[in-house]
Design a protein around this ligand. Structure first.
Ligand code: ADP
Ligand code: AMP
Length: 224
């Protein structure tokens, strides 16, 4: 069976984490979120976390040398051997080049880059209302997907928080960074014939159905 090595691309708040949670269950993939990995390092107070924290709070990208080293180790882990879903990486051309070179060395390759498209206004609405479970990382939205009890995770009863960088000024900065540094990857992967586009304005279930259908077709084509 071909490896399901995928990238989820799109602006912050497009719904990458929401879709990753579903795809991880459907396809038994290793979900690799650089944002989650960095937040774990920050809360553990590691050296890497200390290097990353100020960039994250400002909505800037953490330097490539910190990120690339971290992700290369993670892709080589046992649970990512049969397939991985990258969420939040790569975020610029240098990172994409580093990933391409590393995969070539390992004789592995990407199956597809899944682009989830939403407008900037929608990003601001979504991130302003996002709440995250402190334990599982499960994501809610105050308006679009509220928890049954305010401030409490439906799944495990843990506390929900608003991320430090989900405030309007930082959201605007993250969008600026996305358009300047990450959006050029759309053309980068389009040229490689890997890009697949999804309408992120649709409800989460519909986006998920669409992605699953695309992956089923890609897997069939890959075996032919
Ligand atoms: P990302 O990982 O791309 O930053 P998230 O998956 O965390 O985005 O989603 C951002 C916010 O938008 C969350 O509050 C989530 O509940 C909400 N959301 C995700 N997908 C949709 C959707 N298709 N429609 C409406 N709201 C959504
Ligand atoms: P995210 O959880 O994907 O929204 O990422 C939160 C923050 O982590 C970003 O605003 C960046 O500061 C940092 N970050 C996450 N992934 C990367 C990456 N691939 N390159 C650089 N910085 C990153």
């Amino acid at each position: 069976m071909s490896e399901l090595n995928l990238i989820l691309l799109g602006p912050p708040g497009a719904g990458k984490g929401t879709q990753a949670e579903r795809l991880r269950e459907d396809f038994a993939l290793a979900h690799i979120s650089t944002g989650d990995m960095l937040r774990a390092q920050v809360s553990e107070g590691t050296e890497l976390g200390k290097q990353a924290q100020s960039y994250m709070q400002a909505g800037e990208l953490v330097p490539d040398e910190v990120i690339i080293g971290m992700i290369m180790v993670r892709i080589g882990a046992a649970d990512a051997r049969d397939g991985f879903l990258l969420d939040g990486f790569p975020r610029n051309e240098q990172q994409a080049d580093a990933l391409g070179e590393a995969l070539a060395t390992l004789e592995r390759r990407l199956l597809a880059v899944l682009l989830i498209e939403v407008s900037d206004d929608e990003v601001v609405r979504r991130l302003g209302g996002r709440r995250v479970c402190t334990k599982s990382g499960h994501v809610y939205h105050l308006e679009f997907d509220p928890p049954k009890h305010e401030g409490i995770c439906d799944q495990d009863g843990s506390r929900l928080i608003q991320r430090d960088d989900d405030h309007e000024q930082t959201i605007r900065k993250r969008l600026e960074v996305y358009h300047a540094q990450t959006a050029p990857l759309i053309e980068y992967y389009e040229k490689e014939g890997l890009l697949r586009r999804f309408d992120g304005r649709r409800p989460p279930n519909e986006v998920n159905d669409h992605i699953r259908a695309t992956l089923a077709t890609l897997r069939l084509e890959d075996k032919l």
